[in-house]
Design a protein around this ligand. Structure first.
Ligand code: NAD
Ligand code: 89Y
Length: 343
């Protein structure tokens, strides 16, 4: 198969996973990288043997020679870089969080649509092996019609050592991590009508909230809870596992710590080990996330080749990003927020 050529912008902490995954993806090759920090450019360029290196994204696009761009920078640069991709008519993957505001994210989707440029948000958590297993059980009607759900991520893991900027932001856990949990809730139980949220900051050394409890009313009539915390010190650290409870008319699904899936219904109780693979370049406990990075990047190539919509297209991810904004708004006003009114 001829390989699609890609360029990666932003050679920081997480991009190393994306570069490893690109090496594994069938049908893709990274031909150029860009970072405004010369040290990061050299580290990643040398590690992955990439000769074409740029400190300026405009220069990268002007030279061209690639079919897609993988934007792995932090949120401030997402809108300008996606708009640059649009001007140069290059298909783009953009890391989460989509943008600083929903208005920016909507403008990015509109610009891509008008220019006929494909946009996918790198929302990888729904691609994790255990999350896919839960979705498969529901699709196979293992518990009938779900009527209640809980999506929980509670941890005391030190994410600030690898990503120090997370301690400096006014908004922390919902924008950084809860965004994934909200996306999983949408992926499993469908789109959302309204959001009610409460937030807290427990760690005095950070600026934003590190605990959030969010109630979702899904269009299907299901109620779910998304609860996330980076202030929860457990005897056995679960990072970075999302745990799930689903109650349905015919049974229950429980995804518990240690990647164990339990399905109880009229046929009895069945347990499955749904652990992610430890890819050769991966390391625990990140291997769950790292495997999903490979999965979403392979999906990007497969769909791009066939001109098919991506699972986390820009248009799809607007609906997840709206939940992030709604959660902050609801917590600030202590009122439910109507999602329909945001579109
Ligand atoms: P980072 O700060 O370590 O790396 C970002 C890099 O981008 C830096 O090297 C910086 O110099 C470069 N950069 C920023 N703006 C640029 C520009 N305009 N042109 C060229 N280079 C530019 O950040 P990180 O921790 O790697 O996070 C990057 C993104 O990945 C964030 O949006 C974060 O939320 C996301 N992330 C996602 C996951 C996941 O599982 N999906 C996990 C961690 C981080
Ligand atoms: O940035 C975050 C993400 O997307 O997944 C985990 C993380 O690295 C820290 O919360």
């Amino acid at each position: 198969m001829t390989e699609l050529k890609g360029a990666l912008i932003g050679c920081g902490f997480f991009a190393v996973n994306q570069m490893h995954a690109w090496n594994d993806v069938d049908g893709a090759e990274i031909v150029a990288i860009c970072d405004r920090d010369p040290e990061r450019l050299k580290i990643v360029g040398d590690q992955f043997g990439i000769e074409r290196r740029y400190s300026d994204a405009e220069a990268l696009f002007s030279d061209g020679g690639f079919d897609f761009v993988d934007i792995a920078t932090t949120v401030q640069s997402h809108r300008p870089l996606v708009e640059m991709a649009v001007r140069h008519k290059v298909a783009a993957i953009c890391q989460k969080p989509f943008a600083k505001t929903l208005a920016d994210a909507k403008a990015m989707v509109a610009a891509c649509r008008d220019a006929g440029v494909t946009l996918m948000i790198h929302e990888n958590f729904r691609w994790q092996t255990p999350i896919q297993a839960v979705r498969k059980a529901l699709d196979e009607n293992a518990i009938g019609t779900p009527f209640w759900g809980r999506f929980t991520f509670r941890s005391g893991y030190d994410v600030f050592s690898g990503q120090p900027y997370l301690a400096e932001q006014d908004r922390f856990i919902i924008e950084d991590l809860g965004i994934h949990t909200l996306d999983i809730a949408r992926y499993i139980l469908g789109d959302v009508l309204s959001v009610t949220a409460r937030t807290k900051r427990v760690n005095p050394r950070i600026k934003g909230e590190d605990v959030a409890t969010i109630l979702l009313d899904h269009e299907s009539g299901v109620t779910s809870i998304v609860d996330v915390s980076y202030a929860t010190k457990l005897s056995k650290e679960p990072f970075p596992e999302t745990l799930i409870e689903l109650d349905g008319t015919e049974g229950t699904i429980r995804l518990t710590q240690g990647y164990q899936l339990e399905i109880a219904n009229v046929h009895g109780t069945r347990s499955f080990d749904v652990s992610p693979k430890l890819l050769p370049w991966a390391s625990r406990p990140w291997h769950n996330i790292q495997e999903s990075v490979y999965a979403i990047q392979q999906h990007w190539i497969d769909q791009l080749r066939h001109g098919r919509e991506h699972s986390t297209s820009g248009a799809d991810n607007l609906k997840t990003f709206a939940l992030v904004e709604a959660a902050y708004d609801s917590a600030a006003r202590r009122e439910p927020v109507d999602i329909g009114a945001m579109f």
